[in-house]
Structures are given as C-alpha cells and as structure tokens.
Design a protein around this ligand. Structure first.
Ligand SMILES: *Cc1c(COP(=O)(O)O)cnc(C)c1O
Length: 339
C-alpha cells in the first residue's frame, strides 16, 4: 500500500486536526465524541472534495487538460472546490449545476457556493433536476474538443477510484494520528453522498486491517442503493490500490434514516445538529451533508447505540459555505436572537 505511487498535486492543508468535543460529549452523556476536521482542508473554505481533487487534478495535468468539467447540485461544495483548484492550476473550469431542490430562493441560486464558483472564475450552466448529468458533461466535452480544447471530466462529487484515493489517504492519516496519541477509535461516522468518501475510507481502513467500523449517514439514496454504490466503488478502489477484495460487502454500512424529504432539504433534526455544533463547539456544519450526518450521530447516541467508554470520531466533511444559500431555513430561530 504505497500511495506515493499515484500522481498527486499536494495542495490540501494536511493533516487536518483531530479534536475532542468536550461540550457535545457532556451534553449527550454517551461516548467520547471526536472530530476529524476535513472542513479545514484549506481550499476556498475547505471540505472533503479537496483530498479527492489532489489525485483527480494530477490526472488531468498528466493528460494535458486545459479545462476541467464537473457537475453537482446548485449548492455543490464539490463544484466550489473544483473551481478553486482549477484556478490554482490555471485551468478553465466549467460546472453544470443540477436543480435538485426546485428552490426559487435567490440566495440558494446565487449565494454561498454559487457565489464562490463565480469568484474563482468558473462558468456555470444550469440543468433541470433528474437530467443525466454524466451525459451532459460528455456533450459539453465534445463541444469543447470541437473548439480545440482539451477537457478533463471529473464525475459528480469527484467519486471514482482516482478521487477515492484521497480518502484512502485520510484513513491512513486518521489511524496514524490515533496511533500517535494512543487513542483507540471504536467507530467512525460520516455523511455519505456520491460515495467516494466512504469508499475510500473503508478501503484504507481495511487495507490497514485497522478494525475500526465505519458508518455512513446517507443524504440522498435509500440504504440498499447507497451501500451498493459505496461497495462497488470500494471494490474498484481496492483494485487500483493493489489490494483487490480487501473490502467485504459487510464492511459497507449506511444508515439513510436522516435524509427526510430528499437531497438538499434539511429536516428539523438537521437544523438542531447544526445549532448544537455551532453553540456547543463553535463548529459550523451544513444543511445538506454534515448537518444530516451529525443528526444521525446525535440520534444514535441518544438511542444508546454507542456506550459510554467508547470513542466515536465524526469526520466533518465541510460544507459551511452552503449556509449562505440556506439562510431562509434559519429565519425563525434567528428572530428570537434579535434582542
Ligand atoms: C460531497 C460532500 C459529502 C459527501 O461525500 P461523498 O464523497 O460525495 O459521499 C459530505 N459532506 C460534504 C460537505 C460534501 O460536500
């Protein structure tokens, strides 16, 4: 297992901190809660896509790309980090934004991540919800090639075996940090969407034979589909890494009970989790991913799923830039604070 064999552009601020959350731990009265701060990867407000892009952008450069194309939801954190990484490398960046929520809110459509996409100089085009976004990216790439450009397509969320290497790396980094300080981790919990984060993590953990279970909290697909997506990508990632078959189907566990009405639509417990992290720990979550992941973590602790002596690490995948596209969902709570 030698990650240095894979092309990579070192840009993320690593290692990200591993911190204990004392006030949240006390509030919930369950296991010791730790946080792995991948919201602090350092690129344009940070987030989990930066680790994946270190490997994806290296591949783009090797292929001689002058343009990158990617896609995501309107408030995509992946799109924002791709736009910033492309700016850093002097590549053109075109983003296809899928309207998955049908929101007409001007902040949802123009503030937050969308504002930052444009500040980084990326161009954006909108597509209706449910459109085949992979096919749309291919069409755009064909058009650009006809104009003499050299586009490189990054899949949604940066989730393919190349991007997942970023989270193999995170697994190695986290286990190394825990070993260095004698911290026994009993469980890792994180949000799971396009699957690259969970697939890379589970591959890295199994390749190390770490014996640390990983739970993904789903933000979109139902459990069966999410687990199948993660497992398929973990299999390909372990092949790429040189340890085929290291991940068993049973190693891939997702809980999709916290999605609510759908992708990008926060539930009451999403907002409660955001408020708890903000007010107990001074840490910002987001309404699409990390807020749902943390809502799952909090609920499972309240239900007694983890015992008091255990140590649970919440991998914070970032996303706080999206808060500025979702200010309307906090309007009621904020009224009470205007004294
Ligand atoms: C993309 C994203 C996730 C999900 O990661 P996947 O690799 O797509 O499963 C979680 N949190 C945030 C903030 C994200 O932007």
């Amino acid at each position: 297992m030698h990650l240095a064999r894979f092309p990579r552009i070192f840009l993320a601020h690593l290692p990200t901190p591993l911190e204990r959350l004392d006030r949240l731990t006390k509030e919930l009265g369950g296991p010791e809660i730790w946080i792995k701060r991948d919201d602090c990867t350092g690129l344009s407000t940070g987030g989990n896509k930066t680790r994946k892009l270190e490997f994806l952008m290296a591949e783009a450069e090797i292929q001689g790309a002058d343009t990158v194309i990617t896609q995501g939801a309107t408030q995509s954190n992946h799109a924002r980090q791709t736009a910033a990484f492309a700016a850093r490398l002097g590549l053109a960046c075109h983003i296809l934004l899928e309207d998955r929520t049908g929101s007409n809110d001007p902040n949802y459509n123009g503030n937050g991540n969308v504002l930052l996409d444009h500040l980084h100089g990326a161009t954006t085009s909108r597509r209706a919800g449910g459109v085949d976004m992979a096919a749309e990216m291919e069409l755009l790439a064909d058009r650009l090639r006809a104009e003499g450009r050299r586009p490189y397509i990054i899949p949604g969320g940066g989730s393919n075996p190349t991007g997942a290497l970023g989270y193999v790396n995170c697994a190695f980094e986290l286990v190394g940090q825990a070993n260095d300080r004698g911290l026994v981790i009993d469980q890792i919990v994180t949000a799971t969407g396009s699957a690259g984060t969970q697939a890379g993590l589970v591959t890295g953990l199994k390749a190390l034979n770490a014996g640390i279970p990983l739970l993904g909290i789903g933000v979109r697909a139902p459990k069966e589909k999410q687990e199948a997506n993660v497992f398929a990508l973990a299999q390909k990632t372990s092949e790429k890494l040189g340890c085929p078959g290291v991940v068993a189907r049973a190693d891939v566990v997702a809980n999709c009970d916290y999605v609510g009405q759908g992708y990008g639509i926060p539930r009451a417990d999403t907002l409660e989790a955001i408020a708890m992290f903000a007010q107990l720990e001074g840490i910002l979550l987001d309404p699409v991913y990390s807020g749902k992941g943390a809502a799952g973590l909090i609920d499972l602790i309240r239900k007694g799923q983890f015992s008091k002596g255990q140590r649970v690490v919440f991998l914070h995948t970032g996303g706080a830039a999206g808060l500025f596209g979702y200010d309307a969902v906090f309007a009621e709570d904020r009224k009470a604070l205007e004294v």
